[in-house]
Design a protein around this ligand. Structure first.
Ligand code: ACO
Length: 402
């Protein structure tokens, strides 16, 4: 009901809000967060209910198109995604150009932009019809293949053909782990846990990467380049990259025999570079609801796989300590989605350097939905202002006088 054009400031005062803690950049119908109460809803549906009853494909449709799909809409959507699950064979040579140790997030970002080269007829800002549904389906489907190809190239294994009989998440596990003569058959609990991981990452309003997607899209660059930029923003350890950092931190504590108490003390010390990774959030000032759901799942998956993980005990211990420490209580620092997700992904067999790539796969519907909404609202190009604090006007000094 809000007329966005009436909010356009034409001229006048500049507000300075570093980090945009109090700046709204848009209105949105997609995701609702109440950070004080720990509430997250997509299109009005509570994340807890989606986590329990939905699938990633259904949630992706919901986030993108605003309503839960009926049976035929879901079949059509899954068909669109299925039809796009192959990569153009020409992309093989691009993968071969990367060194084996290339960070998978760099490969993912580059290859999403490369999709634009193979789809030059789809570089539009359309929000309806095939001109939107096709690039959206291509990206949601091919991001999975790109991730798996990047991993398999890095370990010197051939690519697998996708299997149409598998779910979105089952197919991803197959593309990652199947051998030519030994197909990977995931346990139902594992496939479900990965699907849940993707659901929990589907959208999260105007975070750093989603704002980046909107920022890039606002110049009317293509959807491919906007999501490629989103991957770049997600990569950082303060954002999606935190899921790798949490496991590195827990491994460091475990393998180097650090006492969790000593680590917590270091994380409180402003002179130390250590932080309690996976803790804190710009918006949540109570428990991140996604972390709560994941914490509940980790045990199930470990049990189903018949494995135990000493890192989980360390994570519980750190969380318990943080709960009773004034430093964390005063600053409202609770576990965020990244705190338990790494333990889940590790149990499934995903290598640590792929964790943030999986976050990107899950976040794709949210990025695309935000890009679409922005173009539906015909927003202006994003262009923040600044307060100049540099030198006043001075005269050019010839080289011999400097
Ligand atoms: N460990 C120790 N201290 C922390 C932590 C932490 N993980 N997070 C915040 N703090 C402290 C800050 O030092 C600051 O203290 P001060 O007030 O004494 O200066 C206070 O808590 C407020 O923190 P800010 O950094 O101002 O909060 P901001 O909203 O800017 O940053 C962020 C949020 C980036 C998530 C931060 O909490 C952090 O770095 N956490 C660790 C990284 C992480 O887990 N990132 C994933 C976030 S979720 C996601 O992106 C999917």
């Amino acid at each position: 009901g809000l007329d966005i054009t009436s909010l356009r400031a034409k001229t006048g005062m500049i507000t300075l809000d570093p980090g945009y803690g109090n700046t709204g950049s848009c209105t949105s119908d997609i995701t609702f967060i109440d950070g004080e109460k720990g509430i997250l809803r997509h299109r009005g549906y509570a994340i807890e209910e989606l986590a329990e009853k939905s699938t990633f494909m259904e949630t992706a449709f919901l986030v993108l198109y605003g309503h839960l799909p009926n049976a035929s809409e879901l079949v059509k959507f899954e068909q669109e995604i299925g039809d796009e699950s192959y990569l153009h064979y020409g992309m093989k040579s691009h993968f071969e150009g990367f060194p084996d140790n290339a960070p998978p997030m760099a490969v993912l970002s580059a290859m999403l932009n490369t999709l634009a080269c193979y789809n030059t007829d789809l570089l539009t800002t359309a929000t309806e019809g095939e001109a939107f549904t096709l690039p959206a389906a291509k990206i949601i489907s091919k991001v999975r293949a790109i991730a798996a190809w990047a991993y398999r190239t890095s370990i010197g294994k051939p690519f697998m053909a996708p299997r149409p009989d598998l779910s979105y998440s089952g197919n991803f596990l197959h593309l990652m782990f199947s051998q030519q003569f030994n197909l990977y058959e995931p346990l139902p609990e594992v496939e479900k846990a990965l699907d849940l991981f993707f659901i929990l990452h589907a959208d999260h309003e105007q975070n750093c990467s989603t704002s980046t997607v909107r920022m890039v899209g606002s110049s009317h660059a293509s959807l491919f380049s906007a999501v490629s930029a989103g991957v770049g923003a997600l990569w950082g350890p303060l954002h999606g990259g935190a899921n790798c950092e949490v496991i590195k931190m827990l491994t460091h504590i475990h393998e180097d025999g650090i006492k969790p108490r000593d680590f917590v003390e270091k994380a409180k010390d402003k002179n130390s570079p250590e932080k309690l990774m996976g803790f804190g959030h710009r918006v949540y000032k109570s428990f991140d609801p996604r972390a709560k759901i994941l914490k509940g799942q980790v045990d199930n998956v470990l049990k189903a796989m018949n494995v135990s993980d000493p890192l989980l005990d360390i994570a519980y211990e750190l969380e318990e300590m943080a709960r009773s420490e004034d430093y964390f209580i005063e600053r409202n620092l609770y576990p965020n989605v990244d705190f338990y997700s790494g333990i889940l992904l590790r149990a499934i067999g995903i290598p640590v350097n792929m964790f943030t790539v999986l976050f990107a796969i899950g976040r794709m519907p949210g990025w695309i939905a935000n890009w679409r909404e922005m173009h539906e609202q015909s927003l202006r190009i994003s262009r923040p202002r600044q307060i100049y604090t540099g030198e006043p006007l001075r005269s050019y000094v010839p080289m011999q006088q400097r």
